[in-house]
Design a protein around this ligand. Structure first.
Ligand code: AMP
Length: 435
């Protein structure tokens, strides 16, 4: 199967070949023909599976073939993404597909000057990639009109449908024509999100390449049961063992991750960090430096790193486990992208036992143990301030609205049996701040 057989315009197929993209990935094979038939699509695929091309190529193809030029301030297609970095990555990919054609691609995200964005939109564009907040700002200023927008894409849809974005989405979607084509892509689509998603779709085809929530098979996963206070030394040892390879280190809080990045730098590692306290310029620079290999270690929180395509990451460390199980899948999806091998190494402190159980349950698989042994008597009675946890409601999915389901209560240390590898007294995790 190649891209010709999917019905894409020959010039687009040639453009892809120039970029080394010759064989469609499974999600592309499944989604592109439906999308080209004008159907709404709900695509469930892991990060790194080629999702961007799965929704991007049919739009570029349709716009190339139709030759319809955009009206002033309008966009023929709109892609919404939850983070600025992801939006930029999508815009870069679409620009690459459209290179050499008349198609214009624009990016509007917060943290960048709005005047230039208003100017860019004045004559209209073929494809607009946006984060919801800035788009609403431009809509309010009447700098953008969506009344002619024929395509709507929601990337990382589970996050787009979560608390932080759903209001924005409910404002934006009705501004598009009712007969638009909508495509919704996500690595995970929990049931209640799926129901919410239906409201934006019409008779959608559901395409799926992996069981939702299942980790990419090429990723070698492992977990170290290690006390919070011993995590740093273990991380340094593991990073030292793979000096030449790119590593991503995930944690929960922006303050914690900033401190970790400084401590790693003090140990002589070329390291940078992305989290919600960094400016847009700093975030972009961090990713550019990491992509180019100028820095070898990127320390990140979930919100800052979600959906990013960073090639050649061999190791993803979960320095702290995410308290939203689906984020584990997103995090480890940063490695083993586009068919490469990768390793995902989790650190689990005593008060993360329940998080680990939730993750394993969501993935329907156990993570092999690299060192230590599961902490006993932990996690089963953990209370969560936002109503999740044992016997409680399901937790909300993470994202723009802060740290839903975050743990705010340090746990007592009584009744805990230490595993063999515990080298320091376990400390409770710092309180989780908004990311
Ligand atoms: P995505 O899941 O869209 O973030 O894509 C992950 C990576 O795979 C990106 O670097 C893409 O350029 C690359 N990619 C997408 N489709 C293909 C393909 N058919 N063949 C090879 N690489 C691809």
């Amino acid at each position: 199967m190649d891209f010709d057989m999917l019905g894409l315009a020959p010039r687009l197929v040639a453009k892809l070949a120039e970029q080394g993209i010759t064989d469609p990935t499974p999600i592309q094979t499944q989604a592109i023909p439906h999308a080209m038939n004008g159907r709404d699509v709900m695509g469930l695929a892991q990060t790194g599976s080629g999702k961007t091309a799965a929704f991007g190529l049919p739009m570029v193809d349709a716009l190339l073939k139709s030759g319809v030029r955009p009206n002033p301030k309008s966009a023929n297609g709109l892609v919404l993404a939850p983070t600025r970095e992801l939006a930029k990555q999508i815009a870069d990919n679409l620009t690459a597909y459209a290179q050499g054609s008349h198609l214009k691609v624009a990016l509007v995200v917060g943290g960048a000057g709005i005047t230039a964005q208003i100017k860019r939109m004045a004559n209209g564009v073929d494809l607009l990639v946006a984060t919801p907040g800035r788009l609403i700002d431009l809509l309010d200023r009447r700098a953008v009109s969506l009344s002619n927008t024929r395509f709507l894409v929601l990337d990382e849809a589970d996050q787009m449908l979560d608390l932080g974005f759903i209001h924005a989405l409910r404002r934006i979607a009705p501004l598009l024509p009712a007969d638009r084509q909508t495509m919704l892509f996500s690595a995970t689509m929990p049931k209640q999100m799926g129901e919410l998603a239906e409201a934006f779709l019409r008779d959608a085809v559901r395409v799926q390449v992996n069981a939702p929530g299942k980790a990419v098979e090429k990723i070698e996963q492992s977990v170290h049961f290690v006390a919070q206070a011993a995590k740093f030394d273990l991380l340094v040892d593991l990073l030292d063992a793979h000096r030449d390879e790119l590593a991503l280190v995930f944690g929960r809080t922006k303050h914690g991750m900033e401190k970790l990045s400084k401590n790693l730098a003090a140990k002589g590692f070329a390291v940078t960090a992305i989290h919600g306290n960094k400016s847009q310029g700093q975030r972009e620079r961090a990713i550019t430096d990491f992509r180019s290999g100028k820095v070898r270690i990127l320390v990140a929180t979930d919100v800052a790193a979600r959906g990013l395509d960073i090639p050649d990451v061999r190791h993803v460390y979960n320095f702290e486990l995410p308290n939203v199980p689906e984020n584990y899948v997103h995090r480890i999806g940063r490695t083993a992208r586009a068919g490469a091998d990768g390793a995902a190494i989790a650190f689990c402190a005593p008060d993360e036992m329940q998080d680990l159980r939730d993750i394993q349950r969501a993935m329907k698989e156990d993570i092999p143990i690299a060192s230590g042994r599961p902490w006993e008597g932990e996690g089963t009675t953990k209370k969560r301030p936002n109503g999740g946890g044992a016997g409680g409601q399901r937790r909300r999915f993470g994202g723009g609205g802060g740290a839903p389901g975050a743990e705010g209560k340090p746990q007592g240390q009584r009744g805990r049996s230490k595993p063999a590898n515990a080298v320091a007294k376990p400390k409770s995790r710092p309180r989780v701040a908004a990311r």
